[in-house]
Design a binder for this molecule. Structure first.
Ligand SMILES: [Zn+2]
Ligand SMILES: [Zn+2]
Length: 388
């Protein structure tokens, strides 16, 4: 096996004597060969005092990973024929550089995904907010020009690692997808500061979540915790237990197979917030006319590019103006959103332990990763377990 590149791409490569190089197992996609599979990847080693070496425990599989192994998305690091995938993860610290302060061996940590661009004028990246990058030249571990976390061992800068309390061991792989809701709800409250009577939990009451996948369900848990009367609108095909699961954490479930949007809106009776988590643009735009006065519509999905559809733009625009509506999209996430997600996941686990645990459907060994990656596994969140 030719050893191609370490995960420390972007920094200088650090050549190791061939006899000290060990290979570790990783799941990689070779876009130009249109194949993916388990490979031998050079074991990453700490090369600066601020780095941390992690033994990866869990890596979650999502729609982005499925697109990457279908060669629709994802870019290897420059010079590498392959990209190690995996961005939703949990690792255990096994070694720290001399200057690492917040983490020690044995600690659990979830890495963030996006890394800043190199544009000196990108005020977002220069402020540590690469989730708002202007230049578009950001990179992302496991997605865009940086190897990801679906690898037995990973090295990462301490500043991108988020410490996780040990009791969250079994569910912390949900932190990264939960950061979507955390950043979305933070911005929701920022927007609603425009209402002079706004106080968290007071001014907006009813939330609609579109989609019953992991992002939708974690978003619904967050909205319930924030005090919203929350309804999840979804088909049930992913999990037959979805209605029971949703009601077990205090939200309502409306089945998209048996209720249309009029019936849905009637059953809610005035929607203050829509949290879109399905990536179906037509459904999203068809839901907009049911958004209430002073309402906020949050997009989180990334739809594939299908053909154009016809929508009544006059009605939408009239509503935006005459009802003071705000529509925004949000991509995860800042370190604060990771800290919020870790705190909230702990709170969810205390309130709804069975519901939170049931979001993780199955764990697969890396050799069986193609089952969830090719969409054959069903369930809510499937996880590759790299280590116990
Ligand atoms: Zn993901
Ligand atoms: Zn930037």
């Amino acid at each position: 096996m030719e050893l191609l590149q370490t995960p420390g791409q972007g920094r200088a490569r650090y050549p190791l004597a061939a006899d000290t190089l060990k290979a570790v197992k990783a799941l990689a996609v070779f876009p130009s060969d249109r194949r993916f599979g388990v490979i031998d990847h050079p074991e990453p080693a700490i090369s600066s005092p601020t780095e941390v070496r992690l033994r990866m425990l869990d890596v979650g599989i999502c729609g982005t990973d499925k697109e990457i192994v279908a060669f629709e998305y994802g870019t290897p690091p420059s010079g590498s024929p392959y990209l190690v995938i995996g961005h939703e993860s949990l690792g255990e610290v096994i070694e720290t550089g001399a200057a690492v302060k917040r983490l020690k061996p044995g600690d659990l940590a979830v890495p963030s995904v996006r890394r800043p661009c190199d544009d000196p004028n990108c005020i977002a990246c220069r402020s540590g907010r690469q989730d708002f990058c202007y230049s578009g030249r950001f990179t992302e571990r496991g997605i865009n020009q940086r190897h990801g976390f679906l690898c037995e061992f990973v090295v990462e800068e301490e500043c991108y690692l988020n410490p996780v309390p040990r009791p969250l061991r079994d569910v912390a792989v949900l932190v990264e997808p939960l950061t979507i809701a955390e950043k979305g709800v933070t911005q929701l409250w920022q927007v609603q500061q425009r209402l002079p009577w706004a106080e968290a939990g007071r001014n907006s009451h009813r939330a609609l979540v579109l989609g019953g996948g992991p992002v939708g369900l974690l978003g619904a848990m967050k909205l319930v915790k924030e005090g919203f009367d929350t309804t999840v609108y979804s088909r049930t095909h992913a999990s037959g237990d979805l209605p029971d699961l949703v009601s077990s954490f205090g939200a309502k479930f409306v089945n998209a197979e048996t209720s249309n949007l009029e019936q849905l809106a009637q059953s809610i009776g005035g929607i203050d917030v829509v949290y879109e988590a399905v990536g179906a643009s037509q459904l999203a735009f068809e839901t907009m006319p049911f958004l209430g006065t002073n309402g906020v519509f949050i997009f989180t999905g990334v739809p594939g590019r299908k053909g154009p559809v016809s929508i009544d733009t006059d009605t939408l625009m009239r509503d935006y103006v005459l009802k003071n509506q705000v529509v925004f999209g949000t991509v995860n996430a800042s370190l604060q959103s990771f800290a919020d997600a870790i705190a909230d996941l702990g709170a969810f686990l205390e309130r709804w332990p069975a519901a939170v645990r049931s979001l993780v459907s199955r764990r697969f060994p890396i050799e069986q990763a193609s089952e969830p990656l090719l969409g054959k596994a069903g369930g809510i969140k499937n996880v590759i377990a790299l280590s116990q």
